[in-house]
Design a protein around this ligand. Structure first.
Ligand SMILES: *[C@@H]1O[C@H](CO)[C@@H](O)[C@H](O)[C@H]1NC(C)=O
Ligand SMILES: *[C@@H]1O[C@H](CO)[C@@H](O)[C@H](O)[C@H]1NC(C)=O
Ligand SMILES: *[C@@H]1O[C@H](CO)[C@@H](O)[C@H](O)[C@H]1NC(C)=O
Length: 815
C-alpha cells in the first residue's frame, strides 16, 4: 500500500500512511501525513464500519470535531469517503507534540450511532530550521581567553523528530569552533582574537534538520572584537633631534614628536608630555599634549645651556606610556659682548718707571663660543701704554715710554675688546691711571738773577725784593723753601745784612746800609724743595745801595769856622786874578751829593776876592791897592748838590802884607769880628789849663817830631791837592746812565771829632773790579794808594795826631 500511495502522490512527494482501520467497539483510527490537499481521501468509513453506504445519507451521517470549530475533514455521504476539507498543518495543530491526533465523532442517526474517529497526523519535513535573527551581533573583547564560550541561540525547526534540527555547521574560521550539546550551541574561542589584526569577524552558522529532503537555516554572527588597551603608544623615532638658534622668539616651533597607538578609542588616544624634566627646562619648552609639538616658551640662552635633552612621554587613555628622547642643540648667536676684567692695576705708578713696566693685567672674556667668543683687545692711540697678549685671554698693560707726571699726570686708558662674531660686538673699559711724583725737578728761579736797589739809611727790616722759584713736582717735592747761602759781605756773615723769608722768598734787610761803607754786594739765595733727597738751585741777588745826601761837605782847609785862626798872606803886589788861597772840602757822599760848589757869603771887602765855584780857589779880583784894608776876612760856604743840599762854612783870614812882621796881633785879628766875651773867657780858661800841660806835651812832641818828616800841611800855601780831586770825575758804575752813579774817585781827609781817625776810601775806577773786593779792604790797606797821592801823613799815631792843630794854635796864642 505504501508503495501504491507513493505512486499516487508523486507530486507532493508525500508519504501517505494509511493506518489499518481498527474497529474497536466502533472506533476508527486513521493516520495520514499533514499538508494533504483538500479532498484527500483518508479512508472509506462506510466500508470500514461495514455500514451500507446508502444508509449514510438516510442516517444523516456527519463528523463532529470536538473542541474544534474548524472542520478539517468531512464525510462524503454518497461514497462514505472520509476526506480532508483543508490542508492540515501538523505544526499548527500540535506544535512540538510528538503525536498529533485529531479526534472526531461520526454521528449516525436513526438509530443514533456514534463512532469515534482518531486522525493521526503524521509530520512531514515542511519546516526548515530557523534562527531567530539572520544576524547576531556579538562583541568579544580581544582579551578573551581561549576556550571561552559564547552561547548562540539555537535554531528552531517547527518539525519534530528527525525533521527537527539535527546539527549545526560553523563556517570555517580561525578563531572559533562550535560546540553543540544538550541543545546548547556555543561558540568556543579557539585562537585568541586581536582587534588590531581583525576587528570584525563574520561567522556563518548553518542549522540542519534530519528531514528528507534536508532543510537548513543559517545565521550570520557578526563578532566585533572589542579593544583592550593592550598597546602602548609607539613613537615614530626613538630619538628626536632638533637645533634651535638661541634667543629665538617665544612660540617658535622646535619639533613635533608623534606616537601612534594601535589601540582605538580611549585606548588609542595619545597625549604627550615631558617625562622627567628639570624645572628650568620646563620653563623653556612646552609640549602640546595633543599634537606633540614642542615650542619655545622661555628664553633660550646658549651660554646658559647649549643643549637640552629630555624625555617625552606618550600616554594613551588608560595610562600605557612610552618614551622617546628629544635632543635640542642650541646654536650660538653673537649675543654677548666681551667682558673686560681688570685683574690688577698698579695705581699710581711712579713717573720714573722704565719703559716696559707692567702696570696692570687685563682679562677679557666672551661667553659666546667659537668665533663669537674670539676676542681682540686694544687700547687707544696716543698714550704711552700698550697691551701685550699674555696667556690665553690675558693681557699685560705695559708702559712704552718714559712717563712724566709734570706733563701728564693722569691717563684715561680705554681698553676696547671686540669679538669676531658677525656682526662683531665690542665693549670698552676705562682705566684711570695716575702717575705718582718723583722729585725729579729742582726748583727753578723765574729769573736768571735778581737785583735790588735800596737807598742807604734804610730801615732795618725793609723789603728789598723777592725771589721766586717754581718746582713742578707734587706736594712736598714741589714745595720751595728759600734760604740764604752762607757767605760773607765785608767780613760779616751775610745773614747780618739780609734775611729771606723761607716761604715767600721776600728778602728783607736786617740792618741799615751805608752807601759810604759799600755800594753793592751779592748774595746767593737757594731754593730747595722738600723732597727726599731734596733738589735745589741758587740764584744771585745783587743789592745796590744808592746814595743819600747824608753827609755835609767837610772842609779840610781852612778849618771850619770857629776853630781856625789860620791866616793867609796876600802879597801887596798881587795882581788881579792871583791865586790867594784855596778852600778844600770833601763830601763823603757821591755823585751830585758830593758835587761841591763854593761861594763867598761874607767878605770885608766884597769886590776884592772871588772864589772859583767848583775849584774853591780864592783869587784877587783886582790889583791890591794901598787903600785896601790889611786884614781881610772871608766867610766861604761849601754846598753839595744833593737834594736837599747840605753845606758847611768856614772863615778865611787874609793878611795883605809882604811880611809876617807886619802882621798885627792875632788877637786883634780875631777880635776884629764881634767875638763874644764868653769866647775870650773860654779861651783864657783853656789856655791857662793848657799851659800846665804844655811843657810836658812839647817835650813829647819834640821827641816825636824830631824823628819824622814834618808834614807839609796847613800853613803851606802850596798844599798838594790831588789833581783828580776837583771837579769830580764820575763814571757810571751800573752803566745805566742815571745820576745815581757813584763817583769813581773819592778821597777825603777828616779832622773832625766824629772819628778820631783818618778815613780813607778809595773808590774803584774800574767797572770790572768787584765791589765786594773793594768793600773788604780795611783802611790800612790803603797805605799804598795814599802814598801815590803824594801825601806823607803818618797814620800810625792816630790817637795823638788830632790834638796837634789845637795845641799848635794854643802854642801860637801863648807866644
Ligand atoms: C676719563 O674718562 C672718564 C670717563 O670716561 C671721564 O669722566 C674723565 O673726565 C676722563 N678723564 C680724562 C683725563 O680724560
Ligand atoms: C716725592 O718724591 C719721592 C721720590 O723722589 C717719592 O717717593 C714721594 O712719594 C714723592 N712725594 C709725593 C708727595 O709725591
Ligand atoms: C749754585 O748754582 C751753581 C750753578 O747754578 C752751582 O754750580 C753751585 O754749586 C751752586 N752753589 C751751591 C752752594 O749750591
Amino acid at each position: 500500500d505504501r508503495l501504491s500511495a507513493k505512486r499516487l502522490c508523486p507530486i507532493y512527494c508525500l508519504a501517505t500512511f494509511i493506518v489499518t482501520m481498527r474497529l474497536v467497539s466502533g472506533d476508527l483510527s486513521y493516520s495520514f501525513a499533514e499538508e494533504m490537499k483538500r479532498d484527500f481521501v483518508i479512508g472509506n468509513i462506510a466500508k470500514d464500519l461495514g455500514i451500507d453506504r446508502g444508509s449514510f445519507s438516510s442516517r444523516q451521517a456527519r463528523v463532529d470535531f470536538e473542541g474544534f470549530r474548524k472542520m478539517y475533514c468531512d464525510i462524503n455521504i454518497s461514497t462514505g469517503d472520509f476526506t480532508t476539507m483543508d490542508r492540515i498543518d501538523r505544526e499548527n495543530l500540535c506544535g512540538k507534540k510528538p503525536s498529533c491526533v485529531l479526534k472526531a465523532d461520526l454521528v449516525l442517526e436513526n438509530p443514533l450511532e456514534l463512532h469515534r474517529v482518531s486522525l493521526h497526523i503524521q509530520d512531514i519535513n515542511d519546516n526548515s530550521p530557523q534562527f531567530k535573527d539572520h544576524l547576531i551581533e556579538m562583541e568579544i573583547s580581544e582579551l578573551a581567553e581561549r576556550g571561552s564560550r559564547f552561547p548562540i541561540e539555537q535554531a528552531h525547526d517547527a518539525d519534530i523528530g528527525q525533521n527537527a534540527v539535527q546539527r549545526y555547521i560553523l563556517q570555517k574560521n580561525k578563531h572559533f569552533i562550535l560546540s553543540v550539546d544538550n541543545n546548547n550551541v556555543d561558540l568556543v574561542l579557539e585562537n585568541k582574537l586581536d582587534r588590531e589584526k581583525q576587528k570584525e569577524i563574520n561567522l556563518l552558522i548553518t542549522a540542519l534538520d534530519g528531514g528528507s529532503p534536508q532543510r537548513s537555516g543559517t545565521v550570520v554572527i557578526h563578532v566585533t572584537v572589542l579593544d583592550a588597551n593592550d598597546n602602548a603608544p609607539v613613537f615614530s623615532q626613538a630619538v628626536y633631534e632638533a637645533s634651535l638658534p638661541e634667543n629665538c622668539p617665544l612660540d617658535t616651533a622646535v619639533i613635533k614628536v608623534s606616537a601612534t597607538d594601535a589601540d582605538e578609542g580611549v585606548n588609542g588616544d595619545v597625549t604627550y608630555d615631558f617625562g622627567h624634566i628639570s624645572d628650568s627646562d620646563d620653563k623653556v619648552f612646552s609640549i602640546n599634549p595633543k599634537t606633540g609639538e614642542i615650542k619655545v616658551c622661555g628664553l633660550i640662552d646658549y651660554e646658559e645651556k647649549s643643549s637640552f635633552e629630555m624625555k617625552v612621554q606618550a600616554k594613551d587613555g588608560l595610562g600605557l606610556t612610552s618614551y622617546a628622547k628629544v635632543i635640542i642643540d642650541v646654536i650660538d648667536n653673537n649675543d654677548n659682548s666681551p667682558d673686560i676684567y681688570l685683574k690688577s692695576l698698579s695705581n699710581p705708578i711712579h713717573e720714573n718707571v722704565p719703559p716696559g713696566t707692567e702696570v696692570g693685567i687685563i682679562n677679557v672674556q666672551d661667553k659666546d663660543s667659537e668665533n663669537n667668543g674670539q676676542v681682540r683687545c686694544s687700547i687707544q692711540q696716543g698714550v704711552p701704554f700698550k697691551l701685550v697678549p699674555s696667556i690665553k685671554n690675558y693681557y699685560s698693560l705695559v708702559t712704552t715710554g718714559q712717563l712724566d707726571r709734570e706733563l701728564v699726570s693722569d691717563y684715561n686708558i680705554t681698553i676696547t675688546a671686540t669679538d669676531e662674531g658677525s656682526p662683531p660686538l665690542s665693549s670698552s673699559k676705562s682705566v684711570q691711571l695716575s702717575v705718582a711724583d718723583i722729585n725729579d725737578n729742582p726748583p727753578v728761579f723765574e729769573e736768571q738773577s735778581y737785583s735790588a736797589s735800596v737807598s742807604e739809611n734804610n730801615k732795618s727790616g725793609s723789603t728789598l725784593c723777592s725771589v721766586s722759584a717754581r718746582d713742578p713736582d707734587w706736594r712736598q717735592n714741589g714745595t720751595v723753601v728759600y734760604s740764604l747761602l752762607a757767605s760773607e759781605v765785608n767780613g760779616a756773615p751775610v745773614s747780618s745784612y739780609l734775611s729771606v723769608n723761607g716761604d715767600t722768598g721776600v728778602i728783607h734787610s736786617v740792618r741799615s746800609f751805608d752807601y759810604e761803607q759799600f755800594k753793592s754786594f751779592k748774595v746767593h739765595v737757594m731754593a730747595r724743595d722738600n723732597g727726599s733727597p731734596p733738589l735745589s738751585s741758587n740764584v744771585t741777588v745783587s743789592v745796590f745801595i744808592s746814595d743819600v745826601n747824608d753827609n755835609s761837605p767837610q772842609i779840610l782847609y781852612p778849618s771850619p769856622e770857629g776853630n781856625s785862626f789860620m791866616t793867609e798872606l796876600v802879597p801887596k803886589a798881587a795882581h788881579g786874578g792871583s791865586l790867594v788861597s784855596k778852600v778844600i772840602a770833601v763830601d763823603a757822599d757821591s755823585g751830585q751829593n758830593a758835587w761841591l760848589s763854593y761861594q763867598i757869603v761874607k767878605s770885608t771887602d766884597p769886590g776884592l776876592f772871588t772864589i772859583g765855584v767848583h775849584s774853591g780857589e780864592i783869587r784877587t779880583q783886582r790889583d791890591i791897592s794901598e787903600s785896601d784894608s790889611m786884614k781881610q776876612n772871608l766867610v766861604v760856604a761849601v754846598k753839595d748838590n744833593g737834594q736837599p743840599s747840605l753845606s758847611a762854612t768856614c772863615s778865611m783870614y787874609l793878611l795883605i802884607s809882604d811880611n809876617l812882621a807886619e802882621v798885627p796881633e792875632l788877637k786883634d785879628l780875631s777880635y776884629n769880628e764881634s767875638n763874644s766875651k764868653l769866647t775870650s773867657y773860654l779861651i783864657i780858661a783853656l789856655v791857662s789849663v793848657s799851659t800846665f800841660f804844655l811843657t810836658f806835651i812839647i817835650i813829647i812832641l819834640g821827641l816825636r817830631f824830631c824823628r819824622r818828616r814834618k808834614p807839609r800841611l796847613l800853613f803851606d800855601g802850596a798844599v798838594a791837592i790831588p789833581s783828580g780831586y776837583l771837579p769830580p770825575n764820575y763814571a757810571d758804575v751800573d752803566g745805566t746812565g742815571t745820576l745815581r752813579s757813584t763817583y769813581n774817585y773819592d778821597a777825603y781827609l777828616t779832622t773832625g771829632s766824629r772819628t778820631s781817625d783818618f778815613k780813607f776810601v778809595t773808590s774803584y775806577n774800574d767797572n770790572t773790579l768787584p765791589a765786594d773786593q773793594t768793600l773788604k779792604k780795611s783802611p790800612s790797606d790803603f797805605a799804598d794808594p795814599f802814598d801815590t797821592l803824594g801825601q806823607s801823613i803818618e797814620v800810625r799815631h792816630s790817637q795823638i795826631f788830632p790834638l796837634v792843630p789845637t795845641l799848635f794854635v794854643v802854642f801860637l796864642f801863648v807866644f
